[in-house]
Design a protein around this ligand. Structure first.
Ligand code: 5GP
Length: 122
């Protein structure tokens, strides 16, 4: 499937719609999630047309992959989350309920975050 450049994060990257930005460099943009699930809930997106973690790790140049992941760590430190702890999460595809088809890493912090996943029912 081709990258859809009308997705909401592509539009944020182009400055067409506003976002509460917390960090930007040549590789990444970070901004607050519009519907926060934790006291701190930040999204970090790469500056490139990649739908998800799968597309990004298969097709992005090494410099962008390195720069993007360094930005994620930098943002977590910048907002003071590194000391007490934080969780990062990236949804890819239908089973993970990915809503926006531009790779984004969620950073959650600011409270005890509970178990990683809802326990499986058998
Ligand atoms: P996903 O389920 O794709 O991993 O997460 C998408 C995230 O994007 C959700 O947490 C949702 O609240 C957030 N989101 C959706 N639309 C917007 C928007 O227009 N602005 C911001 N800042 N976040 C958004």
């Amino acid at each position: 499937m081709a990258y859809d450049d009308t997705n909401i994060f592509a539009r944020i990257l182009r400055g067409e719609i506003p976002a509460k930005s917390v960090y930007e460099d040549e590789y990444a943009l970070a901004f607050h999630d519009i519907n926060p699930q934790a006291p701190q809930h930040i999204l970090v997106i790469p500056k490139g047309p990649y739908q998800s973690m799968d597309d990004f790790t298969a097709h992005a140049p090494d410099a962008l992959i390195a720069g993007f992941f360094k930005a994620v760590g930098h943002v977590a430190r910048q907002v003071g989350a590194a000391e007490r702890g934080y969780r990062i999460l990236a949804n890819h595809g239908a089973d993970a309920h990915q809503e926006v088809p531009h790779l984004h890493i969620h950073i959650f912090a600011g409270r005890p975050l509970g178990p990683m996943l809802t326990p499986m029912k058998d």
